[in-house]
Design a protein around this ligand. Sequence first.
Ligand code: HEM
Length: 389
Amino acid sequence: MPLHELLALPKGIVMANGHMWKQQRRFGLMTLRNLGLGKSVLASQIQEEARCMADLFTAKKGEPFDPSLILDHAVTNVISAVVYGHRFSIDDVTFKELINCNHCIVENIGSTWARMYDAFPWLMKHIPGPHQAAFRHMNYLNQYTKKEIEIHKQTRLSEEPQDVIDYYLAQIEKSKNEVDSTFNEENLMSVITDLFGAGSETTSTSLLWALLYMVAYPDIQHKVHKELDIVFDGSKLYYEDRKHLPYTNAVIHEILRYGNIAAVGIPRTCIKDFKVRNYSLQKDTMVLDNLDSVLYDPQYWKTPNQFNPQNFLDSDGNFLMNEAFMPFSAGSRVCLGEQLARTELFIFFGTLMRSFSFHLPEGVTEVNTKYVYKMTLQPHPYKICAVPR
Ligand code: HEM
């Protein structure tokens, strides 16, 4: 699609194809593991961000506030530590601009202006409008990443890579004599902006839905509190703890199912003529994953159109996975950050629920659970009260 192509070169992971995509994706997965995904190193970083997030919630003293900035801050700091090797303070001007850029790009890609751009690129290129701001914001993200790469080149210790940039610079050196290597600085920049973009907005939007559903369904909130109080001894939460918290785990899965934030995934193209069931797809046909078709399939869910953790529980209250649970899509293009996202959601949501009860502000009686379509499906802006438990 013309707007996607202009915003992101066909490099890195998300927009790359063929041999280049394979090499970059494999590198991305391997590096996330090297940096501690699935191990205690990354878990303790997420726990530390969860603690800071809870402190910022406590500072609101039970007064109504919009939680989006604090959630963005926690989630962005995790991916920032992974790719850039550092976190930001919540008042940092650069952090606020990076968040603003991500929001603006997501908002623009989902807008009517973007569809007009895709239909008439030759015309829209010359017309002012919000789509022009998206290019400026993409440029800011790229320039910031370039600056980080330059700093890393000066300061990194090749024996002790600390983040994705360090690992990538080492990989460029290692494969410089390989003729088919796609490891170079252009791809490095795209890999970093891909991970930073895909790894922040998605997870913080899911958390924003999580808190909204908790005030919309206080009985479910109450059950999560009860389970956490009974099972949990008060020490730090680990992703492995989900096995002892089936109800909380079911609620998180239901947030991802019902929230359906990625809705149509990322536009893909058939690389050859292809037959799937009775449909013949020609080479170059655009394919969108219609994730609703599985996440809301009446054949697979007890209550497809209702928020209900029972969709993931058996009659004895044990957690039950469902093969139609595909919020991260499926196949070889399945979300590269799925495990990181699941770990973050569990630790952040669990920490917040353990520490607070969430209520509507006084005088507010209705919760709007309808979505706003941006590139992801997002809740309308809202305010809540977080009362320490
Ligand atoms: C709740 C959070 C998240 C959701 C619901 C989500 C969902 C998705 C979906 C639906 C896709 C499209 C797959 C396709 O093209 O068919 C995708 C791709 C991708 N995601 Fe996520 N994602 C989340 C979090 C993350 C995180 C934390 C990261 C960063 C580490 C990440 C990195 C990526 C990348 C790099 C791709 C492109 C994969 C490729 O083209 O090979 N995502 N994600």
